[in-house]
Design a protein around this ligand. Structure first.
Ligand SMILES: [Zn+2]
Length: 352
């Protein structure tokens, strides 16, 4: 019995020495020290031995077991360290190698870029940028903006309504945020609202989806002169410092008085004639380009937010709205608005 224990011990020591991986070592642990191992069987059978042999066999077998355990532990530690080392070596990155060749990166869509540019101009004037939902309630899109029942803008041919909820629609302008913003903060308020709007319309200058920038200013003592100064600063920021404005009377339900605003043509300098003597194609010889609608906020609109601190006797203000696509088309000579949304990269790449 003692000889057999020594045989097992010597065999195990040699196998542990020769093992080349931690998986192999784990296999040896099971084989020599596991529940079914011969040495384990010997230790378990000691009680059945004649009393005079028990002490010696037990001592030798236990010693062999402890030796193998210690040996396996040391070998496993050494093996783990070696495996980690070789993995670190394999994963090493040579930081002195040249970098990967530059990949082509995209750029902002012209509509996004134009939006950001106008936002930047307005932030410079002290405005905040506010965004609102594209699916809107009739109340915010029309009613609270002083659109009386039966107003043409409410009729189905202009507006996308949700069939199952007749009072829910795709907003036809970003103006609903006027009301939403005033409901959340008292005056004074100076915001611009960029975003997508929807109308049933499609031709070279109209798309069922397009982008608007709405502006709202409410404070004590604001007048039409403040509106004109604000729009002049905005239009000069967009079209160049030489631009002038022309205001024409107009009608919008939610402003009173309402105006349409023309900017002096930036191609012909407002003369309507190009250097060669021919008629300017951009302003069609007029010298002026219609650019946006605006007006003083109708006191009726403030009546809808009176409970939020907007007393029409105390605060006044103005609102304006311009089409982002129109600005981009004018500035970059794009003839058809629908080209912005065709996703033709050849078209979009021109504006990188
Ligand atoms: Zn012109």
């Amino acid at each position: 019995m003692l000889e057999r224990i020594e045989e097992i011990r010597a065999e195990a020591v040699a196998a542990i020495d020769a093992a080349g991986s931690s998986a192999e070592l784990e296999g040896l642990r099971v084989r020599y020290l596991g529940r079914k191992a011969e040495l384990t069987g010997v230790l378990r059978g000691i009680a059945d031995l004649p009393p005079e042999e028990r002490g010696e066999v037990g001592g030798v077998a236990n010693k062999a077991r402890k030796e193998l355990e210690a040996l396996l532990e040391r070998a496993t530690e050494a093996q783990d360290a070696a495996e980690l080392d070789s993995q670190l070596l394999a994963d090493r990155v040579d930081v002195t190698l040249p970098g990967a060749p530059p990949r082509p990166v995209g750029h902002q869509h012209l509509i996004a870029r134009t939006t950001r540019q106008i936002e930047d101009i307005m932030i410079g004037l002290g405005y905040h940028v506010a965004e609102g939902p594209e699916v809107e309630h009739d109340y915010y899109n029309f009613t609270a903006l002083n659109h009386p029942e039966g107003h043409p803008a409410r009729m189905l041919q202009d507006t996308f309504y949700v069939q199952s909820h007749p009072d829910v629609l795709l907003r036809t302008h970003t103006s609903p945020m006027q009301i939403r913003a005033m409901e959340t903060q008292p005056p004074p308020i100076f915001i611009v609202v960029p975003g997508k709007v929807y109308r049933r319309d499609s031709d070279a200058t109209h798309s069922p989806m397009f982008h608007q920038m709405e502006g709202l200013a409410i404070a004590e003592g604001l007048t039409l002169a403040d509106l004109k100064g604000t729009l002049l600063a905005m239009c000069q920021g967009i079209f160049g410092g030489e631009r002038e404005l022309r205001l024409r009377p107009h009608f919008f339900p939610f402003t009173e008085p309402s105006i349409e605003v023309d900017v002096s043509c930036f191609q012909c300098g407002g003369s309507g004639t190009l250097a060669g003597g021919e008629r300017c194609n951009l302003c069609k010889g007029q010298g002026w380009i219609e650019i946006l609608g605006a007006g003083m906020v109708d006191p009726n609109v403030l009546g809808f937010v009176e409970d939020y601190g907007y007393d029409a006797e105390r605060v006044q203000g103005f609102a304006f709205g311009l089409g982002i696509e129109r600005v981009a088309m004018l500035r970059h000579g794009v003839p058809d608005l629908r080209r912005f949304f065709d996703n033709d990269v050849r078209m979009l790449e021109q504006f990188s």
